[in-house]
Design a protein around this ligand. Structure first.
Ligand code: TRP
Length: 448
């Protein structure tokens, strides 16, 4: 990567935070977190999740930032440069990003459908949760519409990506993230005040450890990595666009804090509403798409609020698909030397195909099973419960144990500015993170 000096960079400190937060905050926080927390017992899961973020997520984010910033390469190129044998981390990351995009486009398509539906008044007009459930189930089983929405979403991602790093990615993140945050805050207050809302609040905040199993701890870990966009080299790619003055530790703290706050807020919106409307908290991926429209139905001008909210969700999803897409595109562009636009088209093509099949797995292809799972569920669980923790484990082994070239060592451990201390960081990356992950893996394989 001799021409690395001519690579694009993000505009500055604020941009680095907003753009990486744009990648982190997405459907993972608002769609996936509540449904996974609901399936794993609520409050106790939240506590374990917070532990995963602080002890594993934060150090790994710093490590990925350091790897990207010091090499200024895509995920595969970065490891190849530092230690060729470890480039397996980069390859696993690119593969996993592709798989994630495959189902992410589908859910992102649902949010786009709901945004347009809200404008036609169809969402707010239905009162009961049950009627929203029927609408949703009919929609996702349709052979055409959801697949077309997924394709449309992929095309939108491709358009932003081909505008380039600065004009496309940075601009999209800057305006929309703060708006999403405010909307969630307002909705959380409304939701808690609904009749029966406090019971939901209790479910979400009061830990009941009897519901917690070792596999839910692994789920919490996978969810933490998914939400922070780590373990796959997405953050390596993004950090490769940081300017030299970007402080990686401060950025990592800020991104983790924002990301966790948004997930927390999403929980405060969803669970009170779930209990108020009498929905089962463990109803899985459909949870948000039934609960949110039901809340909007209780608001004056519900259709308008619903449209605004789903629009923000579309944007949050878009800033995340952009980052996953960018990781693959940067790899094809820099390693295979394809022109940037061709690289982007290849990524879109492959992921769109996966997306179409994943979308059809709710309807006509429902009989195709991998084990007992549909393609959609298989992609969701294979990536979040296995590949992401595995990528994370390899990344921390690399960051904690490999003898680093000077530039990486200094970026990772010798940054004099504020943040967690170097020794703590090193201890976490060397011992705590790998030990926790290995134990969880062994446990989920039924060994030990
Ligand atoms: N973090 C995003 C979300 O919460 C999804 C995402 C974007 C992601 N890039 C990633 C997940 C890289 C894992 C790895 O919606």
């Amino acid at each position: 990567m001799e021409k690395s000096h001519s690579r694009a960079t993000f505009g500055g400190r604020i941009s680095a935070v907003l753009v990486t937060a744009g990648s982190a905050v997405g459907l993972g926080n608002i769609w996936r977190f509540p449904y996974v927390a609901g399936e794993n017992g609520g409050g106790a899961f939240l506590l374990v999740y917070a532990g995963c973020i602080l002890l594993l997520g934060l150090p790994l984010t710093i490590a990925e930032f350091a790897i990207g910033k010091s090499t200024r390469c895509n995920a595969v190129g970065a490891y190849r440069r530092l230690a060729p044998r470890w480039s397996i981390i980069g390859y696993t990351g690119i593969l996993t990003s592709t798989l994630i995009l495959g189902f992410y486009f589908v859910v992102a398509g649902w949010t786009a459908e709901y945004m347009l539906h809200s404008l036609t008044g169809e969402i707010a007009a239905r009162g009961e949760a049950e009627s929203h459930r029927l609408l949703f189930e009919r929609f996702i089983a349709d052979p055409w519409r959801p697949a077309l929405y997924a394709v449309a979403f992929a095309v939108a991602t491709q358009l932003v990506i081909s505008l380039g790093v600065r004009r496309g990615i940075e601009r999209a993140a800057k305006v929309m993230m703060p708006l999403l945050f405010l909307a969630l805050l307002a909705l959380a207050v409304h939701s808690i005040l609904l009749p029966g809302g406090l019971e939901g609040l209790r479910f979400f905040l009061a830990p009941d450890f009897s519901k917690l199993t070792a596999s839910s701890v692994l789920t919490a870990l996978g969810q933490a990595f998914f939400s922070l966009s780590i373990g796959l080299g997405t953050m390596v790619t993004y950090a490769s666009y940081f300017t030299p003055s970007t402080d990686i530790r401060r950025t990592a703290w800020q991104v983790t804090a924002v990301d966790t706050l948004v997930a927390l807020l999403a929980g405060l919106v969803i669970f009170p509403a779930v209990f108020s409307a009498g929905i089962e908290p463990d109803s899985g991926p459909s949870l948000v798409f039934i609960t949110l429209p039901t809340i909007f139905g209780t608001l004056p001008l519900g259709g308008l609020w619903s449209a605004i909210f789903f629009l923000l969700l579309v944007i949050a999803a878009l800033t995340s698909t952009i980052s996953l897409h960018e990781a693959c595109t940067a790899y094809l562009h820099e390693e295979w030397r394809l022109p940037r636009r061709t690289a982007a088209c290849c990524t879109t093509l492959v992921t769109v195909l996966l997306g179409i099949f994943a979308s059809l797995s709710f309807g006509v292809l429902n009989g195709w099973r991998i084990g007992s799972l549909t393609l959609f569920d298989a992609l969701d669980h294979l990536t979040a419960d296995l590949l992401l923790p595995l990528g994370g484990l390899m990344t921390c082994l690399f960051a904690g144990w490999h003898r680093h070239p000077k530039a990486l060592y200094e970026t990772l451990y010798r940054d004099p500015r504020l943040g967690i201390g170097d020794r703590t960081l090193r201890f976490l990356l060397r011992y705590v993170c790998p030990a926790v992950m290995v134990l969880l893996f062994l446990d989920s394989l039924g060994i030990g």
